[in-house]
Design a protein around this ligand. Sequence first.
Ligand code: SAH
Length: 213
Amino acid sequence: MKDTTKHQGLRNQLANVLEAKGITDAKVLDAVRKIPRHLFMDSSFEAHAYQDKAFPIAAEQTISQPYTVAFQSEVLEIQPGEKVLEIGTGSGYQTAVLLELGAEVYSIERQHELFKKTSMFLPKLGYRPKRFIFGDGYKGLPEEAPFDKIIVTAGAPYVPKALLGQIKVGGRLLIPVGDKEQVMTLFIRKSPKEFEKHELGGFRFVPMLKKKN
Ligand code: SAH
C-alpha cells in the first residue's frame, strides 16, 4: 500500500469531522492530517481507514477510533520534548500522534505479536519512539520514571498505583477506567501526595490484559 493525494483528501475530511466533534488543538488536527492511518491497518480495511471508527488489528485488538486518539492527545497537553509513557502500543497510530506532537515516547505492549509488528513498522514511516517495550503496563516503566505524561489506551479495571507513582509533580495520567464501558479519567499530580481527578466522559476500549503468571 502507498499514500496518495486521495488518502490526503480523506485525512483532511477526517480532521474536519474531529473538529466538528469538538477537537480544538491545532497540533493534534495537523497530526491527523499528516499520519497515513490506512497504513496502520489491514489492507482489507483500507477503504474505511479515514472513517471515525475503531477497526480490528492483530491479536484480537483494535486501532482506536480517531476521535478517541485525538481526545486523549488533546487532554494530555503534550509539549515538545516531554517524556511520555504509552501503555498499549497496538497499531502504533497513537504513538505516531504523540511523536508528531514532539514527545519522547516510551511505549509498552503486552502482546508479542503486536510488539514485534509495530516496532518494525513505525520506524519505516520515520516514527521513532525512545523505546518499544514488550511488557506489562500495570507496572509502568519504573527504570525510566518519572514521566511528564502517561496515557493508557486499553480499558483498565482499576487505576494501577504504580502508574500514579510514575508521574512528575505537575504531570498527567490519562486512563480509561471500567469494565464494559470506561470513564476517561485524568489525574493531575499536584504534589508528591496530592492528585486532582477529572472524569471526562464514557468511552469503549478493549480490556487491559492481566499479567500472565
Ligand atoms: N493505541 C492503540 C490501541 C490498541 S488497543 C491503537 O490505536 O492502535 C489496546 C492495546 O493495549 C492492545 O494492543 C493490547 O494488546 C494492549 N494491552 C492490553 N493490556 C496491556 C497491558 N497490560 N500492558 C501493555 N499493553 C496492553
